[in-house]
Ligand binder design. Sequence first.
Ligand SMILES: [Zn+2]
Length: 413
Amino acid sequence: MNPDPALFQAAAEGHLSAALELLRELVAVNSFTTNADGVDEVARITAAAFAPLGFHADYVPCAYPGAGPHLFLSRPGEGDPIVLVTHSDTVFPPDEEEKNDFRWEARPAEGRIYGPGTIDNKGGTALIWLALMTLRDVAPEAYARPSWLVAVNAAEEVTGDDFGLVTTHRCHGKARAVLVYEGGPIDAQGYHLVVSRKGRSTWRLEAEGRAAHAGSKHHEGINAIDALVGVLPGIAALTDVAEDRTVNLGWIEGGTVVNRVPHEAAAEWECRATDPASLERADAYFASLSGPTANGATLIASRAGHTSPWPGGDGTMALFAKWETAANAMGLKAVAVPRGGLSDANHLWRLGPTLDGLGPSGGNAHCSERSEDGSKLPEYLEVASMVPKAVMNALALAAIGSAPSRGQPAGDF
Ligand SMILES: [Zn+2]
């Protein structure tokens, strides 16, 4: 198949105003992660938009306390599903939106639409819709052939593997491709697509000493702060540029008043790495800190959270090549970039070849403030990124969808 990009361009342009209308409806509903009613309404608006495309909606309870339902939109077809991933929740509580008068605001002169979730990640949802509408119009066979699953996380903004587990179950552990529609920046180099993400471990270290009068009984005390700070340089030293690993000591507390030998102290940090083995080596070091110290205190190290890295690899780069070919056919350039932040890709990449950053371009995600002098601007979508990104996706999906899926080796699509 050798599709004509101009046909895709015309189709995407034809559906753009409807895609922006869908986005406006989604942005109008507050869907802070624990606003379950709002998340539910966003899921229902999304399901209604995809129904004419032949998608059946299932709502699945989310394990995170107070969250709304995950949404799974499925369209049956051949082989393992092509999974298109987005999320319905945002980081903005209703009173923050109110306080900052943060709502849908199109500023055509700037080429931007401001509003909660415009880029993170309701714009991604609208982009999936626009890409699939375009594909259906221009390449109906490539659209009809594969099995599709649009997976909408209700609680992406809080860490947890609940959505990953539910999605894995629905796919029976296998996907033809996992495509994540988080925003993708555009700069002089081209369209950034994300090909790996760091994983993250979070840790807490507690030091237990013995309190004593700092004047008369200093020798009977065991200083917990001394014990704790003695090991912090070793923790920080695990930042390793060559290994692409970072450690960030982010919180520390200890003692009460200076005329007491402090009996308690604690610190917390996070560690990120792209290579799973590198993160495991750091975790093993942190765990080994538990035990007695030279001054007689006891250290207790505990891992508070863990999200595995998405290391990328051959399957991801084969997928990236499809998007690169699509970009080139449009006279554009796609660039493969690693990222330090987490996304659903960290939880889903084991299902199949994974690519991220497929959504539109925008900025200031997680920001709601606007200052008079313009030094603070809230989250926005760059409207001009919608059509090219939808066309790029539809062209790549046409290439995947027009090929048979059965009887191929793993990692091929
Ligand atoms: Zn976010």
